[in-house]
Each structure stands twice: as structure tokens, then as C-alpha cells.
Design a protein around this ligand. Structure first.
Ligand code: G6P
Length: 611
């Protein structure tokens, strides 16, 4: 998804902007661009299609010296990926703008501006902002005033960065519906859509609030204005995660690094949240206990991988907390006439905390009479966190690979903590809770043991490299894990993969099973195992090749075309977390064999901040 970087400094900013763009590459994009005000007072711009490396080459040939500038990575929404659709956009030679989000009334504005003689060069919605700014800057006293006038005309979501040739060393930023942070430097100031883009220059950030505008000036002066235009103080926060997260270290890909970080981050997600025999309800915040006691139902809303985490949690919350649970993808939920019974807790799950549909669902839910909203999220300071009543941070650290791995297993860990917190307040047997708490303590060690199976899984992956389809099966809480396994394979290896609850096999997908359709099954040692075993027979009888991930205590026999990978024994309820890991490794190795762009798969974005 699009990324913004801006800088005003006493030195040349080109390389700061370029490094920022590189750090945002993980989000997914199709073109990149930069505009810098030259020492002679001219705006100069470079834009290229494809990777930031292409822009970098262009800048080697034609550098952009100057002390203030803005840059952008674009992910096409309005208009195909091309150089002329890439940002920054200009109106004339005096001003340049970068924009994340979508301007919903751009067509009306375009007609209005065309009628006044403005010529449009791109197919983007963003270009209307450039022309509106050009028009308003003729009337307004300064660039900030012009931006504020433009904001009253545009509907939709935006994070903006603007520079003007005639206002040296000034950047104006504004946000509504898309994230934007200010990086606080020493005698210099920065702007970005994600703090990660600026960790090379600062770890101190101001997280702009909805409707805020900001003026960054030479000497590091930063002024934030609210929707009314009044100067407001916003706290400067120190970024919690070290810069190490933004580099691959010794790993070939971020995704592999993040898979291997799981023992550490699951331990981090548990830190300070477990008592000796029970979960510490206070870790959900001071108001949590009173609110949790009133909870009668739960609605969980999320997108993508986070949605799969919600599906697993439904099994847990029903079984251990006795609560009715509904789980839904945010893009559907937000347009339904949802009926909210009294005492319903609204839970959002999001790695980024900026997913447009999940945020819109939260805002919609706030009008519907929920008991309270809880965000389970990985990004402190994100919109979702700031707008929810309660939060539980997943502590996974920045996740760079577009395909989510450690963010998912830490979400599951957090959801088990939620289950136990609610269970405890609703009379769950003390021994049952104590067993689960013990199981959670052992989990990081067990995940580390699964990671030792990496080369065995790499061997298995070879059977998939030439295949075009794959079928994943699971039962109970492992059905969502099968869905997540199929999603991972699709996302990074581009192999068509589907997942079914194993019991549905006979109701359709069995027709597809032959020697060309590998079937992957998650078969931990739980009460559904015997049923799953007969499903596996059905697949074998049709010549399908089976890959079974099973508990080391399960009596499944390996034979020709039946590959069994044995995993360490784990508390039955926590098996979905453990069994996710070999499926992540399988997808990873298949993608590497296929030679795809593992960390930035085609057409996908890390954080989908537009609808
Ligand atoms: C995108 C990402 C997925 C992610 C989904 C939801 O599609 O590529 O990995 O699961 O968004 O993102 P969130 O940040 O809300 O968890």
C-alpha cells in the first residue's frame, strides 16, 4: 500500500527520503517518486515505475539536491501503475503533493477544475489535490492556509505531504483516515506514513490524530493544528522496537526471519500477563475486569490472516468461557444491519491497526450500542489502538514480510489470554485454567522445536513446486489453520489453494482429488482425530498424495504417498498455534523453489489502508 516520506533538514534530504522509501517497500507498491526543492528555489521531481531501486538509479544519474522534499511509493487504485500516475503530483511547477488514501469526490472536483482550465496529466484522484492547492494558494496567505482550505473540499481518506517552491524548507502534512506520523529530529523534522520509514534518523514520533494538520519547518520546528486550526500539543513518543526489526540479518527473507522469531515474540506476548495459575485480567487495562464481567456475547471483526485468528478464537471462547461468539470479515460486517444483543463485547484484530475496513467497522460499531471495544493489535499508536476502549498489544515487533506469520501466532496467543481472562471471570475450573497457563508457558519452547523441522519441511516442499492446486483440510479449531495454510501458499507461491473442514470433503472437493492435487492435513491428537483419519483414507483411495502434520503420539503410519511430519505434543487447545508454524515453512519453501518475490508478493500490500 502507498507510503509517504518527507524531510526538512540542514542537509541534503534525498538519501533520507530514499532510505525511507526502501523501508516502506515491504508494504507493497508499483511505482515510486520524489520531489525536492532545489537550493535555487525550484521544485524538481523524479518518478519511476517499479522498484525503489529504479528510482535510485535515476537519482544517481540526476540527483535531487535540496533541504526539503517529499517522496512516495504508490500502490495503484485510480489509474494503472505508470510513471505519470506516480506521486508526487504537481500543478504547474510550484507545488508538489504526495497522498495516501482515496478522494471519494474526485470526479466532481475534476470536472470543476477542468472547467476552470486546469489540465489533468494523470488518472489519479490525487491530482485534484494538486490543482485545488494551486488554486487556493493564490488566495490563501500561506501554504498551510491553502492546504486547510483544500481539506474542506475533499471527502474520503487521506494522509498528505505538500511542498511549495515559494515556501522554502516547509512541509505541510495532514491526515484523516490514513496514518501519518511526524519524526522529531535534532534541528530537523520528518513526516512518514509509518514510523519504520524514519528509524534511520529518529526514534521519536508524534502520532497525528484524525483531522490534524502539521507544519514542519527548518530548524526542526513542528506545529500541529487540530480540525479548527488551533495549535495543539501532541505527545512525543519513543518508538519501542529497535531498528533491528527493519533488517533481514542473516536470513534470506524477512518472512523466514519472522517465522524464526516466533518463540521469542510469543514469549513477549505472554510477558507480565500470566500469574502462577491464571491469566492477569489487569493486563487488558484498568477497566477491563468490570467490562468483561458484563460480557455475554462477543463479536470479532478482522481481515485476512487476522480474520483466521478470530475464527480460532471462537472455538476457544465458546469452550473455555461459555460465550456466544460471532466472527466476521470487516468488509462484510460494516455494511450489515448488525443486531447487537445487550452485553456484547466488540473485538477487532489487526496486525497494523490501520486496515481501512477494520477501522471503519470499529467506527460503525461505536454507534451500535456495544458494551465496549477491544483492539488486539501489533502497532502501538495505530488508529485502531487509539480509538478502542481496551487494547492488548501482541508484541510481535514490526512485521515486514507481506504474508503475516509472527503477527498471527501472537494474535492467537493474545486471544488465548482473552479467553482465559473471560473464562476466569465466568467460573472456569481453576485446574483447567492452570493447565492452559502452563501450556502457554511451554509454547515458545515447543515452537522452537517445530522450527528444527525446517529442513524436513523443505524436503516436502519439493512435491509442490510443479503443482497448480493444493487442498488443505482441518477439523474444529484447525479448520481456520487450514484456511491460513492455504492463504499463505496462495499469497507467496501463487499456487491455487483451498481449505475445507475435513468433514466437507465428500460434499464437493473430493471430486478434485487426484495425483495432481496434494492434500495437506493438520491432524493433532484431539477428539476429532479418528474422524480425520477416515477422511485421509478417502483421499488416499483417489490417488491423492497426502501430507499430514500430526502429533508425535498419533498412530499414523507413513507409506508411499502418505508423508507424516511429527510435531511435539502440545496442550490440545494450543495446537492451532503450533501447527501454524510448519504450514508457514511449507509455503515459504515452495515460494523459494518457485522463485517468487517472497517478502513482497505481486498485487498484495502489507497494510490495506483503502477500502
Ligand atoms: C493485508 C495483509 C494481510 C493481513 C490483512 C489484514 O491483506 O497482506 O497479511 O492479514 O491485510 O491486516 P491487519 O493489519 O488488519 O491484520
Amino acid at each position: 500500500m502507498c507510503g509517504i516520506v518527507g524531510a526538512v533538514a540542514e542537509r541534503n534530504v534525498q538519501n533520507i527520503l530514499l532510505e525511507g522509501l526502501k523501508r516502506l517497500e515491504y508494504r507493497g507498491y508499483d511505482s515510486a517518486g520524489m520531489a525536492v526543492r532545489s537550493p535555487q528555489g525550484h521544485l524538481q521531481r523524479r518518478r519511476t515505475l517499479g522498484k525503489v531501486a529504479v528510482l535510485e538509479e535515476c537519482l544517481v544519474a540526476e540527483p535531487l539536491p535540496g533541504r526539503s522534499g517529499i517522496a512516495h511509493t504508490r500502490w495503484a487504485t485510480h489509474g494503472r501503475p505508470s510513471e505519470h500516475n506516480a506521486h508526487p503530483h504537481q500543478s504547474g511547477e510550484r507545488l508538489a503533493v504526495v497522498h495516501n488514501g482515496i478522494i471519494e469526490n474526485h470526479e466532481t472536483l475534476r470536472r470543476e477544475l477542468e472547467a476552470e482550465g486546469y489540465a489533468f496529466i494523470s488518472e489519479t484522484d490525487t491530482e485534484v489535490i494538486a490543482h485545488l492547492l494551486e488554486r487556493e494558494s493564490r488566495q490563501a496567505g500561506d501554504l498551510l492556509a491553502a492546504v486547510r482550505r483544500v481539506l474542506t473540499r475533499i471527502d474520503g481518506a487521506y494522509a498528505l505531504g505538500v511542498i511549495h517552491a515559494e515556501e522554502p524548507d516547509v512541509i505541510i502534512g495532514a491526515r484523516k483516515g490514513s496514518p501519518l506520523v511526524v519524526g522529531v529530529g535534532i534541528d530537523e523534522a520528518f513526516l512518514a506514513s509509518d514510523p519504520l520509514a524514519l528509524l534511520q534518523v529518529t526514534d521519536r514520533f508524534i502520532y497525528l490524530e484524525e483531522g490534524d494538520a502539521v507544519r514542519l519547518c527548518a530548524g526542526g520546528r513542528i506545529e500541529v493544528f487540530d480540525t479548527e486550526g488551533a495549535v495543539v500539543e501532541r505527545a512525543v513518543q519513543t518508538f519501542e522496537h529497535g531498528d533491528g526489526a527493519a533488517s533481514k540479518g542473516d536470513y534470506r527473507h524477512f518472512m523466514l526471519k519472522e517465522i524464526h522469531e516466533q518463540p521469542m515474540v510469543i514469549a513477549a506476548a505472554l510477558e507480565g500477563r500470566l500469574g502462577e495459575r491464571s491469566v492477569l485480567v489487569e493486563s487488558f487495562g484498568p477497566d477491563a475486569e468490570a467490562l468483561f464481567r458484563q460480557a455475554r456475547q462477543i463479536h470479532i471483526v478482522a481481515c485476512g490472516t487476522s480474520y483466521h485468528a478470530g475464527m480460532v478464537a471462537r472455538y476457544w471462547l465458546e469452550r473455555y468461557a461459555g460465550l456466544a461468539v460471532q466472527v466476521e470479515v470487516a468488509s462484510e460486517y460494516r455494511y450489515r444491519q448488525v443486531v447487537v444483543p445487550e452485553g456484547t463485547l466488540f473485538v477487532t484484530l489487526s496486525q497494523s491497526g490501520e486496515t481501512a475496513d477494520t477501522l471503519a467497522a470499529l467506527r460503525f460499531a461505536r454507534q451500535r450500542g456495544y458494551l465496549a471495544s477491544l483492539a488486539i493489535c501489533n502497532v502501538p499508536g495505530s488508529s485502531l489502538v487509539r480509538e478502542s476502549d481496551l487494547t492488548l498489544m501482541t508484541q510481535a515487533g514490526p512485521e515486514i514480510g507481506v504474508a503475516s506469520t509472527k503477527a498471527f501466532t501472537t494474535q492467537l496467543t493474545a486471544l488465548m489470554l482473552l479467553t482465559l481472562a473471560l473464562g476466569r471471570l465466568r467460573g472456569q475450573a481453576e485446574d483447567e485454567q492452570a493447565n492452559l497457563v502452563q501450556g502457554l508457558r511451554e509454547l515458545p519452547g515447543l515452537v522452537a522445536r517445530v522450527l528444527e523441522l525446517d529442513s524436513a519441511i523443505e524436503q516436502l516442499s519439493m512435491a509442490f513446486a510443479e503443482k497448480h492446486h493444493a487442498l488443505f483440510l482441518g477439523r474444529g479449531a484447525h479448520f481456520p489453520i487450514a484456511l491460513e495454510g492455504a492463504l499463505k501458499l496462495k499469497e507467496i507461491s501463487y499456487i491455487h489453494a483451498e481449505a475445507y473442514p475435513a468433514g466437507e470433503l465428500k460434499h464437493g472437493p473430493l471430486a478434485l482429488v487426484d495425483s495432481e492435487m496434494p492434500v495437506i492435513s493438520v491432524a493433532p491428537n484431539d477428539e476429532l482425530l479418528d474422524k480425520l483419519k477416515s477422511n485421509l483414507q478417502e483421499v488416499r483411495a483417489r490417488g491423492g498424495e497426502l501430507f499430514v502434520f500430526a502429533d508425535e503420539q498419533v498412530g499414523l503410519i507413513e507409506e508411499e504417498y502418505v508423508h507424516v511430519l511429527r510435531l511435539p505434543h502440545v496442550h490440545e487447545a494450543l495446537a492451532p498455534i503450533l501447527y501454524t508454524v510448519p504450514l508457514q515453512l511449507l509455503s515459504y519453501h515452495v515460494a523459494v523453489l518457485k522463485g517468487t518475490d517472497v517478502d513482497q508478493p505481486r498485487n498484495l500490500a502489507k497494510s490495506v489502508t483503502v477500502e
